[in-house]
Design a protein around this ligand. Sequence first.
Ligand code: F3S
Length: 393
Amino acid sequence: MLKGEYGEGTQNAMELLVAIGEAFDAEKMIPVTRAHAASSGQEGDLYFVEMLARGGAFCKIPTTTNPIADFEYFQKVINIADEHEEASVAWKTKDYYRQIGAVMSWSCIPYLAENIPQFGEHVAFSESSATPYVNSVIGALTNRESIQTALAAGVIGETPEYGLHLKENRKGTVLVKVEANLKDGYSYSLLGQYVGKKVGYDIPVFVGIPKRPTIDQYINLCAMLNVTGAIPMFHILGVTVEAKTEQEAFAGNAPKDKITVTDHELRQTHEELQTATGAIDAVILGCPHYNLDQMAEVAKLLRGKKLRDGVSFWVNTSATTKLLAERAGHVSVIEESGAHVITDTCIDMFCWNNLREKTGMTDSPKCAYYRRFGPVKVGTVEECVAASVEKGE
Ligand code: F3S
């Protein structure tokens, strides 16, 4: 493959993986059985997938893709005529991913439906919530891949053996004592936001989390650990699959650092996220994409209510989840309030440019981090709904 005997695209993919392997002193390549490319539909993404596709490369293993943009939906509801240039980059990128045989999942939580690794499976997953989720919650083995290394692994079906593919690198290194009251999904986002910033590149072991987090709480924690930090894996003592005991979580080593998180740290983190005061113009939920439980929750909160004049309200999810939410009646309840359910779209895409000057609100610190709005408030989904609907409803 490296010599080009299987075509130029395959050669390019192999060259990248060999270079990464050499940089990390990997001794050999190992098979991976699935990949997730956090495709972004932006120039760097287009450059690499186009090079591989034009060189005749084709995915050897299931390789899912991140949300790009449902441009047609946006054209229907808002005027985005000025953004055609960015749309054309996104469109070309989508076409090359299709040509190369990737799965057009357009979801940033593929590990719940479209691409589910098993315990002990070696995979190559990029995307902020995806890498820590498959390592920590499922117990599959992946490094913190980039779009390009994940796609290259999808084409080759192998990856260099280094980092989290080796058992000895999966042990916890920092002890995080949780004394805060983790009462909802948003508090897990705050926990991830705070710990990611504090811990940086290490593997935290959480103690004191009283019960198993729900799926959306896990997703929020994973996403934020990998936004304010570069944390590809964590353990929750007594809960996650590779941390049944302290001995297993730390592999017998003493933690090199210890931190404590109380309600005070979470409150402070919440306050630091706020850059707006007063009334809001727009809400974005679903970064990471909402799962079915979250769709049910937002439908329950919006049932029988109407958005205030001038407020736009967007719920992002995957096509798979939307289908199930439609069948359950959640989508019609949400839409009756005046809100939109949008699939296949990332909040970091051109289609949201019209919100740049608006005062926004979101339940996602990651969405706030990507600055989709001017000033922003961040809070729970209940608070987002309460700030958007007509008074007295
Ligand atoms: Fe998903 Fe894009 Fe947010 S990939 S997590 S919607 S930044």
